[in-house]
Design a protein. Structure first.
Length: 93
C-alpha cells in the first residue's frame, strides 16, 4: 500500500471520485450564505415541505401570527425569513 507524500499536491480533486462542486476561490462564509431567490426556484410553486411547515408553525406561534398551511415552498421561505427577523429566532448574530 503506497502513501501519498504530504508535500505533493493532492490531485484527487481532478479525479471524478474526488471532485467537489464547491468553488474554493469563494470564501467559505460567502458560499454558505449564498442563496437563490425563492421566486427563481424551479419547485417554488410546490407545497411547502414538512420541515418548512413545522418551523413556520413554530415561528408563527412565537410571533403571534396565524399559520397558513397552504403556502408554497417559495412563499414559506419568504415568510420564514420575515418571521425570523421579527422574532430573532434562527438568525446568526
Amino acid at each position: 500500500m503506497s502513501k501519498r507524500d504530504p508535500k505533493q499536491p493532492d490531485n484527487t480533486a481532478n479525479d471524478a471520485r474526488g471532485s467537489s462542486d464547491t468553488d474554493d476561490t469563494i470564501p467559505m462564509n460567502t458560499r454558505m450564505n449564498t442563496r437563490k431567490d425563492p421566486d427563481e426556484w424551479v419547485t417554488g410553486n410546490e407545497s411547502m415541505t414538512g420541515a418548512q411547515a413545522s418551523y413556520l408553525k413554530t415561528l408563527s406561534e412565537e410571533a403571534g401570527e396565524p399559520f397558513d398551511e397552504k403556502l408554497t415552498k417559495a412563499e414559506a421561505s419568504k415568510k420564514i425569513d420575515e418571521l425570523q427577523s421579527e422574532t430573532g429566532r434562527g438568525i446568526d448574530h
